[in-house]
Design a protein around this ligand. Sequence first.
Ligand code: AMP
Length: 174
Amino acid sequence: MLDIATLIRNVPDFPKPGIQFKDITTLLMHPDAFRQIIDGWKERYTPMNLDAIVGVDARGFIFGATLAYAMNLPFALARKKGKLPADTIFEEFALEYGTDKVEMHRDAIKPGQRVIIVDDLLATGGTAAAVVRLVHRLGGEVVEVSFVVELPPLGGREALAPTPVHTLVSFMVD
Ligand code: AMP
């Protein structure tokens, strides 16, 4: 087993002073580590009888789509607002300064479908919580929200409760 945490690059003060940016591009350069993550998730999620995987713009697409391919499941995109071409619904969420919006195609999830939501990193949980609301509005059930990295001091796990959260690596930075 590879130590995933050691393959993630810490970039101080990006995109602004005080932020410790957890850069997963260095991890993606190790195919054995990428495979370990996807194979581990496949083993975890196969018994959960999922109907689809939802990936969060943009790094969640890398991990989510690869898992969807490995599990032979439909892949649905939760994108930054204004990028999806057909009929959409959106949710707004708070950033440190101001707000952002995330949206999905109205036909991306069918009522009653069991899904997981995948992104690279859980910080405050604001982004993922907005995607949970989108899936719920479309009638889907969020079985779990899955991340490679968690920053526990930022409280994302608590913000997403009662939706179950699964993460592979934790860094105690804020
Ligand atoms: P949040 O909504 O606060 O949980 O932020 C999560 C989203 O922002 C994810 O899509 C991450 O890719 C990105 N993000 C937030 N903080 C960081 C960080 N310190 N390093 C890398 N990505 C981050």
